[in-house]
Design a protein around this ligand. Structure first.
Ligand code: 3H9
Length: 733
């Protein structure tokens, strides 16, 4: 016996025992496992990812690749091997793919594998294998079937969804299209219009909606596995011809100019994003081309997207968002339970924060300074929910339930019972210190105190309390009930249990938390000050607000810096830069505060936030330039973008060097979710890698030669260049 055969025999025997003893399965199951096992060299792992049970001639395959059943190469190969084995096994009459109750059906293809070459079996292989199998294939969908997971289910003949399951094709969020036959199968099941809506919005549908649409055949109220087996037995008994969704008729086109109209619409709505247009091309191909040509076309479009920079940026953003929540010294289990939240200040920010909490099931008590303001706060909240009801976004009963969990008080003592109290008062340090002291005096021992400061010294704020370990910063972005970013500020005394609680609360609020250290402006605002510093440089050298905003919007930001500054309020900029005398100070001194005063870098008509170029603003800029003896220069759009982005990158490097952010990808998450950095460009740090760190270095050096104090270059950049490392992969040891 050769050593290879000997090893294989030994492993076969162990595997046989493992299956038989551990899982109490029949000899037949074990035989299948051994068939699978013998198929390749590394089947021990593969078999673990696909477990098989014989249910009276129905092979039930459990996809078993925690935590989300991502269809990695190994599990794809397992599935293919099984399908091939079932073809020759006459005992197998039908096949059910499902999962045990703890696992979802599948989150789709393994996104981690997309950066390397595509290897192993893929969706077209599944299509051919199931076609050749010619036995009913049923998918039993638990929790969710997303992306490639749903595509796989749509290749088989039937789909059964558990009543709580959601089904969707969210590939566009990763800069992709469903490239595993999804753009051809889904329209054949639900039509072109619904397919376009489902794919382009990336929104999954419920099991009930999927049934109505014809995406699934049965909804299982309780026992998913039993429902699948019952369906399999029925199909076997009926012995009707089997029709795969891909073999159904081509879908009809809703109207003759349907695709033209959608292309025109998408040009505006998805400006800068590549996947939506390619999706339209695929759906058109689905409706007009024979199956084999439509499938090849889909593959081409998918490959064009997956090999492009945009999808790389969006995939990086996907993983960066998840990585941001992992803090090495913080254990999830240490988080305290938070149910009742106190908020100090019921203004725009405070009420936005209150809504964010109420909407996720928390009870909120808000503190206001007077009964008049308390009444105004309640009214504002009622109005918001009435609006949601009138727009059919919420049922009246739901709105009432949310409002019943919201109270406004003028007695600070009413906050004493809260698990977490967040101060959201005006950005004045003295005021915040006074409030924190009072809260510390009245709140229970376990209450966590948080400040919503957007950049004041959290350590100073924590130091006035007797519980600095239970103080942290929760910097919400306005409007707090909408914006997903949350900077979670870790002070020098913040305990890991307090931080764990902050991260858990963020997760409950469905926010994207990023942990940052203490420095003026933390990460996001500290970088934006540098961006605004260069905005001023450009304005003083003759670039108009409109030109600058146009250049940045063409790069992909939804808003230019002048529009953004006007929206936030120029006075905020002045408060945040005490002791300085800049162009913005001139604007504020002349009463131009931005949108709130209907005048800033632009003019605004009453009742509208649409910016109009302003002669008065231009006069202020010209006067300031003249006072400082600055002459106009010719600066093109590319140079504008380069300068503004270099300002972000340069400051981001210092922030990393100082340990204020622990990873470069955390900075990117902040910029994508809080400042509108185009997600398909990954974030400023990822973008720096794409431009090339050498190029960035020489650009920074050029700027430095004009203004050495403004452009200090972090030594980290030189280290990364010397070590040939990527900035986006940087994390502090
Ligand atoms: C596709 O299918 C292409 C095909 O059309 C064509 C191919 C030819 N792959 O989010 P969570 C990880 S494209 C790899 O924290 P939740 C995630 O990184 C795919 N890993 O949990 C995290 O890891 P870690 C289309 C994945 O419960 C862990 O799983 N599908 C994948 O809040 C838990 O994730 C999608 O776009 C994946 N596909 O949310 C779905 N999915 O613990 C993308 C997740 O190390 N996924 N991970 O940080 C999601 O939307 C959410 O993760 C999901 C779970 C809703 C599934």
């Amino acid at each position: 016996m050769s050593p290879f055969v000997a090893i294989e025999t030994l492993i076969n025997a162990q595997l046989y025992n493992m299956f038989y003893e551990k899982n109490q399965r029949s000899v037949h199951d074990c035989a299948i496992a051994v068939i699978i096992f013998n198929y390749g060299r590394f089947m021990l792992q593969k078999v673990r990812q696909c477990q098989v049970k014989n249910m009276g001639g129905i092979a039930v395959v459990y996809l078993d690749h925690p935590p989300v059943n991502a269809l990695s190469r190994s599990i794809r190969d397992d599935i293919f091997t099984l399908l091939t084995a079932f073809k020759d096994d006459h005992a197998v009459k039908a096949v059910v793919f499902t999962t045990t109750p703890d696992l979802p059906f599948s989150a789709g293809a393994d996104i981690k594998e997309f950066s390397g070459p595509m290897q192993g079996k893929f969706f077209l292989d599944f299509y051919h294998a199931i076609k050749d199998l010619n036995k009913p294939v049923i998918s039993g969908i638990r929790k969710y079937a997303l992306g490639g997971g749903l595509e796989f289910a749509m290749i088989g003949h039937y789909r059964v969804a558990h009543q709580d399951a959601r089904l969707g094709l969210p590939e566009v969020k990763l800069g992709l299209i469903p490239g595993g036959t999804g753009t051809i199968s889904l329209p054949r099941l639900v039509g072109i219009e619904k397919s376009l809506d489902m794919i382009v919005t990336s929104k999954p549908v419920s099991a009930a909606d999927a049934l109505t649409l014809g995406l699934v055949d049965v909804v299982a109220e309780d026992d998913l596995e039993a429902t699948c087996i019952a369906l399999a037995n029925k199909v076997i008994k009926e012995a009707k011809p089997l029709v795969m969704p891909l073999h159904r008729d081509r879908p009809s086109i809703p109207s003759p100019d349907y695709f033209e109209q959608k292309r025109a619409l998408f040009l505006d709505r998805y400006h800068g994003f590549k996947a939506p247009e390619r999706l339209l091309n695929c759906l058109e191909a689905c409706a007009t081309l024979p199956l084999d040509q439509a499938l090849s076309f889909e593959t081409e479009q998918f490959i064009a997207l997956i090999t492009g920079n945009d999808s790389a940026g969006m995939r990086y953003a996907f993983f960066s968002e998840r990585l941001a929540a992992h803090i090495p010294d913080v254990r999830k289990e240490d988080a305290r339970t938070v149910q009742h939240v106190g908020i100090v200040g019921g203004g725009l920010m405070g009420s936005g924060i209150a809504m964010a909490f109420i909407n996720r099931g928390f009870t909120v008590t808000c503190l206001e300074v007077s009964q008049d303001r308390a009444d105004a706060c309640i009214k504002l909240m009622q109005k918001q929910y009435e609006k949601s009801v009138s727009q059919n976004k919420m049922k009246d009963t739901e709105a009432q339930d949310r409002l019943s969990r919201f109270k406004v008080t003028v007695q600070i003592e009413d906050l004493s019972v809260c698990d977490l109290v967040i101060e959201a008062v005006f950005e004045k340090l003295d005021l915040k210190l006074e409030i924190m002291q009072k809260l510390d005096a009245i709140c229970g021992e376990k209450t966590i105190l948080a400040s919503n400061t957007s950049g004041l010294d959290l350590n100073q704020i924590a130091a006035v309390t007797g519980r600095p370990d239970r103080v942290l910063g929760l910097h919400f972005f306005s409007p707090a009930n909408v914006m997903r970013l949350l900077e979670v500020v870790r002070g020098k005394s913040t305990s890991s249990a307090t931080l764990a609680t902050g991260l858990q609360v963020a997760k409950q609020l469905k926010k994207v938390p990023v942990v940052v250290g203490v420095c003026p402006g933390f990460v996001g605002n500290r970088m934006i000050f540098k961006y605004f510093e260069q905005l001023e440089w450009l304005l003083l050298r003759g670039c108009s607000p409109k030109q600058i905003d146009h250049a940045i919007k063409t790069f992909g930001f939804p808003m230019g810096p002048c529009e953004m500054a006007d929206m936030a309020g120029l006075d905020i900029w002045v408060y945040s830069t005490p002791g300085q005398q800049t162009l913005v100070h001139d604007f504020v001194a002349s009463g131009r505060l931005g949108q709130k005063s209907r005048s800033g870098f632009y003019d605004y008509k009453e009742g509208s936030n649409r910016p109009h170029p302003s002669e008065k603003a231009q006069i202020l800029i010209d006067q300031s330039a003249e006072k400082q003896n600055i002459r106009p220069m010719k600066i093109d759009d590319a140079a504008i973008v380069q300068r503004l982005l270099c300002a972000l990158i340069c400051e981001g490097l210092h922030i990393l060097d100082e340990g204020i952010a622990q990873r470069a990808s955390d900075i990117d998450v902040i910029y994508v979710h809080g400042y509108g950095f185009p997600i398909y460009r990954g974030g400023p740090m990822f973008y720096a890698d794409q431009v090339g760190l050498d190029t960035i270095r020489s650009q920074l050096q050029d700027y430095k030669s004009e203004a050495p104090k403004q452009w200090l270059i972090s030594p980290l950049l030189d280290t990364l260049i010397a070590e040939k490392k990527k900035l986006s992969g940087y994390k502090r040891a």
